[in-house]
Design a protein around this ligand. Structure first.
Ligand SMILES: [Zn+2]
Length: 160
């Protein structure tokens, strides 16, 4: 993760101080404090009968592996809306959120800490076609899933 050297608001050099019990960079000229937080992302365990819909990831982290449709929450979006958007973009399928499966922590080289919010999604329509950053999309029997690599995905599957 890149470190700020200058205030992204007013351009002055940042100083290090203690805020909320931790050393953080801050700007002495304006109110900016350089909080570092995980990036919120969402993932869908999308099911139809005894099958789970997975995509082959086209981008890092985990490029080339089979994984649940997932992505970052956009500004102004609820996590529920984000997960259905990602599902649609990556698989062409639509669905509805059944329930929250869990919230997990991952960390990736380019993005740093990632907060992964996993939902159980019941599929209810659409045409299966891989899109956006997914290279492929297909249904797997729930008893014959490939290695999902990331703990967040594995734990969410265990919840169902
Ligand atoms: Zn400033």
């Amino acid at each position: 993760m890149e470190e700020y050297k200058y205030c992204p608001i007013c351009g002055n050099i940042l100083k290090v101080g203690i805020f909320n019990g931790k050393e953080r960079k801050h700007c002495p000229h304006c109110a900016f404090i350089n909080y570092k937080n995980p990036l919120p992302s969402v993932g869908a365990i999308a099911v139809k009968e005894d099958k789970v819909l997975l995509i082959k990831r086209g981008i890092e982290p985990g490029k080339g592996i089979w994984a649940p449709p997932s992505g970052f929450v956009e500004l102004g979006e609820t996590p529920e809306k984000a997960v259905l958007r990602e599902l649609k973009e990556e698989t062409g399928m639509s669905g509805e959120v059944e329930r929250l499966l869990g919230v997990y922590r991952e960390s990736a080289k380019i993005y740093g800490d990632i907060l992964v919010i996993m939902y159980l999604v019941k599929l209810n329509g659409g045409t299966l076609i891989a899109g956006d950053d997914a290279r492929d999309a297909k249904f797997f029997d729930i008893t014959k899933l490939p290695d999902l690599r990331f703990n967040s995905f594995k734990s969410a599957i265990e919840e169902i």
